[in-house]
Ligand binder design. Sequence first.
Ligand code: MRU
Length: 368
Amino acid sequence: MNVDGKAMRSIWVEPDGWSIGVIDQTVLPHRFATVRLTTLQEAAHAIRAMVVRGAPLIGATAAYGLCLALRQNTSDDSLERSYDSLLATRPTAINLKWALDEMVAAVRNRPRDERSAAAYRRAAEICDEDVAINTAIGRNGVALIKAIAQRKKAGERVNVLTHCNAGWLATVDVGTATAPIYLAHDNKIAIHVFADETRPRNQGASLTAWELAHHGVPHTIIADNTGGHLMQHGLVDLVIVGTDRVTAYGDVCNKIGTYLKALAARDNNVPFYVALPSPTIDFTVTDGVAEIPIEERAADEVATITGRTADGRIETVRIVPDGSAVANYGFDVTPARLVSGLITERGVIAASRAALARAFPDRAGAAE
Ligand code: MRU
């Protein structure tokens, strides 16, 4: 996507040919800054500290993290240790494990002097594949928006509600939930996005809104608790969210609060769609609620809030009483029965075991 007229991805190989550049998502929307990653440890820290975040981008960063590790040491032992340390950075998004497995498969059976180059090749492919997949998700999902636009009166816009950030910043480029939105906007369909702020890290207010503003997509940031009210008043035509892991049966794990939006959507007959690239499907999991590990993050993320003061300083302030207990669950699981459909690179399909296995027989078969 474009940042101030310059085409960018969220991750790239620097001109030196080996170190990795990423956008520092912890300082957006107030500052645009990039970070250079030079070691496995720096890549792992970037994922853990959410300098980079979003399931597909976490996978791509881990892939390059393994490349950085292999530059230092190409032994089997080091490969195994690097795999384990990257895998431990964040537990919920399955793209992390998928990308690491792809990387190990690409280098494991090679002589040690070929491993580093093979790793960089596979990591670059993983990034290019992500962009191609998301572009296809956009093509498949835009049909849903077009169909709603055709039922509208002239001048009326299609209102889409989204949660968290499943935009190009969460992927290598284009985004998942945002792919159909950007394509609709580029095709001159009148579209407007309600972006949930998404406490505690505010990915909707700070990242989705920043992206949409840069692309010129009309949008409104809402407090997390607003979606149900908007749906009751007919102000949302369609919900599109991203996901961090989809089970073999179509349960959807996504940023905390997604489940509540799905319940409100069902109660108000608003279609609730999930956009996902196939590496986000985990065919080894059958019951999402019982089996997917839900990340619990530091209490400080809930107990404090960070923003820009009137004189331009970035400050973090405490917003809860001293001594109150705080819980910080990062994700929740929306059961397949509440999902109207899955927008994938192979079409819009039902959130069911049969539909997932039919669309992705290669992945489903490998997990059996
Ligand atoms: O905790 P984060 O910011 O890494 O959250 C992940 C997400 O970005 C969302 O859950 C998103 O909707 C899925 S990733 C395209």
